[in-house]
Design a binder for this molecule. Structure first.
Ligand SMILES: [Zn+2]
Length: 309
């Protein structure tokens, strides 16, 4: 979505305070000069001055049960693991039956490298603020020119993270709230090549919605259809965004993490049954790099920061 005008605009906004720059950006978006996507958002994923040498992409598949990862339901994700000589693993998102298996505590555990007992988001009603730093803030303090993006369609997650992102330079750390997974895919496909952040968290919610509308069960037709559709969506993201070189022709060394936040039973989750508390996990290290070892939900954020360095 970058063009010559927005390149000049970048230089202009660099001279403004973050807030005045944002107001100007919103005004220009309204004039359709930048082709900005509609929606509620903090910051923008600007064109990278240069592609980061190392990049982390965390793809969060909400409500994906471990037994839904299979050649029949997730052919792309299944083969992706096989092609890397890997097998899908699993993590206990309940931290030994002490953390409720809801999305807000789960994702904030991923994004803070800490359990709810530390970050304070114990269920989906927790308003925050998150009590500890997010990976985005920690990344910024480690690497002053770092850039990150979070994309979700789930407002509670957006609101929690946005509360912490306000302290960061908006020109570097962006959060997007989109209508649904299709809009998220569109956002990534249209901006990734130029954006190339150091760290991205992409949250896909359709599987969880299907579980609540029917049953968190691979034999439930609606749930199975949502899992298949999400697998296809990730294949398109992989082939049309992640596998393409940047605008400058480079490909970063990329660590990719696929993970869910909980499973489910019947049409819900939140408790500690086996079907709820285990979430599938796949970690793909770039070739030539040692395997990144992630054993727990709370290892993901730390491993991501350590990989970027
Ligand atoms: Zn749910």
């Amino acid at each position: 979505m970058m063009n010559l005008f927005s390149g000049a605009f970048l230089a202009l906004t660099a001279s403004l305070t973050p807030r005045s720059g944002l107001k100007l950006l919103v005004a220009l978006c309204a004039m359709s000069l930048l082709g900005c996507s509609p929606g509620d958002e903090v910051g923008q994923c600007k064109a990278a001055p240069q592609v980061p040498d190392r990049q982390v992409v965390i793809i969060g598949i909400d409500g994906l049960r471990t037994d839904a990862v299979s050649p029949a339901l997730t052919p792309f994700l299944f083969q992706l693991a096989e092609s890397q000589g890997l097998a899908w693993g699993r993590v206990d998102v309940s931290n030994g039956r002490t953390q409720q298996t809801y999305s807000a505590p789960g994702w904030i555990s991923v994004l803070t490298s800490s359990w709810a007992s530390a970050h304070g988001i114990v269920d989906n009603s927790s308003k925050g603020p998150i009590k500890v730093q997010t990976v985005f803030e920690r990344l910024q303090s480690r690497k002053a020119d770092s850039r990150s993006v979070l994309i979700t369609s789930w407002r509670p997650l957006y609101d929690l993270v946005e509360g912490r992102l306000r302290a960061l330079p908006e020109i570097r750390h962006a959060a997007f709230l989109r209508d649904d997974d299709a809009a998220i895919e569109h956002e990534v496909l249209t901006t990734w090549r130029a954006c190339q952040p150091d760290l991205a968290f992409i949250h896909l919610d359709a599987v969880d919605q299907a579980g609540h509308n029917g049953s968190f069960d691979p034999s439930d037709p609606g749930y199975a259809a949502a899992v298949r559709a999400t697998d296809s969506r990730i294949r398109r993201l992989w082939e049309n965004a992640f596998a393409s070189p940047s605008a400058q022709g480079a490909l970063p060394h990329r660590l990719v993490v696929f993970v869910s936040d909980h499973g489910g039973t019947g049409n819900g989750h939140g408790h500690y049954s086996e079907a709820e508390r285990w979430a599938p996990l796949l970690v793909i290290s770039p070739s030539g790099h040692p395997a990144v070892n992630i054993r727990n939900l709370v290892d993901i954020g730390q491993a991501s920061l350590d990989f970027i360095q």
